[in-house]
Design a protein around this ligand. Structure first.
Ligand code: 9PG
Length: 677
């Protein structure tokens, strides 16, 4: 891709896609008044950099080739404060293309599919056709934990907002475009796409209205003479939009020093069986079972999830269900050769917590001076919502560091699950007026990392993606699984995003698979294989195992292990055996619920089929000739299906999987030819 100035605007010209007449735009405030720098023309040489200014700001837009295989362009906007008044920066739009000819890609919006990524771990990510609507969840409780309140969606058909990255595919021609920020520690960011749809009954075609990529400075104060730069925006086009998304993830991971474990961590977690009622005895029973009935299942850590704490915010004091205390329990877990893990929501504080009572000045407050409420969770406090710490305060950072040091270093909880982290990035009036919301969250995460030490394993949860890269080792990429699939009522109640639903959780596991190994190890959430206290069918358990194994995510058990039948424990073992490949979600853009996953390993290729449908269906896998060759596959007469053990005949390029139950899955194990030298 190359940038060319034309008539005071910039064109980004690629082989597959061209963005025309893009210009930057900045919204800001001076002495309380809202202003906008929206140049109608940019100055500068044909290949940039290009500038524009008003009385208060000068912007400089520069481009450079992106390193790595993406062959894209990196765009950056630098904003300098002119004059002698401080400026509060709001949105800096690095590029905005507009009008019907603003983006040339294939035959136009009628054949486009947009990959839309959500804000945090729990937020929805999937592809959309242009005539779809993408409203935020209507239920306040779900909206509050999954959506950035600073970037709400309007929800009209044809109006989309993706966070951090967006991909566009031309479903007819096959090519695509990615717009993604390759930094997330300084700014939260959004990509907006608006398409004007044909009028009811009218003959006009869908047309681009706007495509814009924006870094959010959240009103951060910039003093006169200072220069702030946006995160770099990668713009890349190419023949394969799935590859483009993965190329963006690789670029972000490299730019922000991602921590990627050599192999994804694995273990046991108390939450999805015991929930908040967990006791010390439950954890000790799991520990004993891990060495006996479940001895063949790799369980690297044993984690005490939510339910140990005296109060949200007081992480060093246990309640009566943990009589030995946290330090003794960690020592006993570690004595078995496993790592000890602990859940905490480090940036939250309950009304009744010691931390909130002792330090009311630590609480994040709104413009009116009232503490910001992050959520209301009746299992923690029926009467009050949870407050948030202002993590730009040095004393709060010192506190976070000390808590993490005590838990991870002094007591030995080498694995910390950091939950509800979005709270630290909520809008509010902060101690440090120069801090963006992303920087406030990043400072909070950095403090935890400093305290926990370089070797601790930090797993992010309820965490916006961009600021987490480079701090966390593992990252939840979807909403909570549940011992139920989640049918139509769930879909309606959660607006088909967020909430507690194995189906919705597994969709993100698949749609965010390309982040894995580039930004962190993906945590798809726990794999429940039990037969007690569950309404998951055997098919749904297979689906869960298949999705987690094919995407190579963390494999975390959350059953009462001594009650799990041996053949179900075998499924956990099988998940380990099947994982380890590089996953490609073939129909990521073609389907909102992708069903075809290809996991490539050294000696075999696993072809997975996920059946999302609510009715049984006959399924055939077809691999065309070039695909067999590209994957280096031997062409056996029959192949093994991994989840049922069936041997299935190969007929030409087709394998008949038979009739799949609702929410079932199959995995074909295709041996690769020995690599030719
Ligand atoms: C512990 C759980 C588990 C789980 C996390 C997270 O809005 N809510 O009230 C709400 C409650 C729980 C929740 C998300 C939202 O789940 O994802 O794995 O650790 O916390 O409370």
């Amino acid at each position: 891709m190359r940038a060319e100035a034309r008539d005071g605007a910039v064109d980004l010209v690629g082989d597959v896609a061209t963005l025309r007449a893009t210009r930057p735009r900045v919204t800001y405030r001076v002495e309380g008044r809202a202003a906008e720098l929206a140049p109608t023309a940019l100055d500068g040489p044909p290949d940039g950099p290009w500038t524009a200014e008003d009385d208060h700001l000068r912007v400089v837009l520069s481009t450079r080739p992106a390193p790595g295989p993406a062959r894209g362009l990196l765009l950056r906007l630098a904003v300098t404060v002119l004059g002698d008044l401080p400026v509060r920066l709001d949105d800096t739009t690095v590029l905005a293309a507009g009008g019907p000819s603003g983006l040339q890609l294939g035959a136009g919006p009628g054949s486009w599919s947009l990959y839309r990524n959500g804000w945090s771990s729990w937020s929805n990510a999937r592809s959309f056709r242009m005539d779809e609507a993408d409203p935020d969840p209507w239920l306040f409780a779900i909206r509050r934990t999954t959506v950035d309140p600073g970037t709400p969606r309007g929800g009209e058909p044809g109006r989309f907002r993706s966070e951090l990255v967006a991909g566009l595919a031309d479903l007819d021609g096959g090519g695509g475009l990615v717009l993604g920020f390759v930094g997330g520690a300084r700014c939260l960011s959004v990509i907006d796409l608006a398409v004007d749809l044909p009028a009811e009954g009218g003959a006009t075609r869908a047309e681009l209205a706007t495509l814009a990529a924006t870094c959010r400075f959240d009103g951060a104060t910039a003093e006169p003479g200072t220069t702030l730069a946006t995160e770099d925006l990668l713009v890349a086009d190419g023949p394969d939009p799935v590859d483009l998304l993965e190329g963006w993830a690789a670029a972000l991971g490299a730019a922000q020093g991602a921590r990627v474990p050599a192999r994804p961590p694995h273990g046991w977690c108390s939450w999805y069986y015991h929930y908040s009622k967990v006791t010390e005895a439950d954890v000790r029973r799991a520990l004993a079972a891990a060495d006996t009935v479940a001895a063949g299942v790799p369980l690297g850590y044993v984690m005490v999830d939510d339910g140990h704490q005296m109060a949200i915010g007081d992480w060093l004091a246990t309640n009566g269900k943990f009589p030995s205390g946290l330090a003794a329990l960690a020592a006993d877990i570690r004595a078995t050769g496993r790592d000890a893990g602990l859940w905490l929501a480090p940036f939250l504080a309950d009304h009744g917590s010691d931390v909130a009572r002792a330090h009311p000045e630590w609480l994040l407050r709104d413009e009116a001076g009232d503490p910001v409420t992050a959520l209301w969770n009746p299992t923690w406090n029926r009467r009050h919502g949870q407050w948030v710490l202002d993590c730009t305060r040095p004393d709060v950072q010192a506190h976070l560091e000390e808590v993490a040091r005590t838990l991870a270093v002094d007591w030995g909880y080498r694995v910390l699950k950091l939950d509800f982290c979005y709270a630290a990035a909520l809008p509010g009036v902060r101690h440090d007026p120069a801090s963006t919301r992303a920087q406030a969250l990043r400072a909070a995460l950095d403090a935890v990392r400093r305290g926990a030490g370089h070797d601790a394993l930090l797993v992010g949860c309820g965490l916006p993606l961009g600021p987490a890269v480079g701090v966390v080792d593992g990252m939840r990429v979807g909403t909570d699984v549940a011992p139920t699939w989640g049918g139509r009522v769930t879909r309606w109640a959660f607006s088909d995003q967020g909430g507690l639903s194995t189906r919705i959780a597994m969709r993100n596991t698949v749609t965010r698979a390309f982040l894995h190994g580039h930004l962190w190890a993906n945590d798809p959430d726990c794999v429940m294989v039990r037969t007690d206290r569950t309404r998951l069918t055997e098919a749904e358990v297979r689906f869960l195992v298949a999705a987690v194994a094919l995407t190579d995510g963390m494999i975390v058990s959350s059953d009462q292990l001594d009650l799990v039948p041996p053949e179900r424990l075998d499924l956990l073992r099988l998940a380990h055996e099947l994982s380890g490949g590089h996953c490609r979600v073939v129909d990521l853009f073609a389907r909102s619920e992708p069903e075809r996953l290809v996991s490539t390993k050294a000696d075999e290729v696993l072809v997975g089929h996920l059946h999302w449908g609510d009715a049984p269906a006959a399924v055939t896998v077809t691999l065309d000739g070039p695909e067999w060759d590209r994957l280096g596959l031997a062409r056996p007469d029959e192949v093994v299906e991994a989840l049922t053990g069936a041997r299935l005949p190969v007929r030409g390029t087709r394998v008949d999987l038979g009739v799949l139950d609702p929410h079932d899955a199959r995995i074909l194990r295709l041996p690769r030819r020995a690599p030719s030298v």
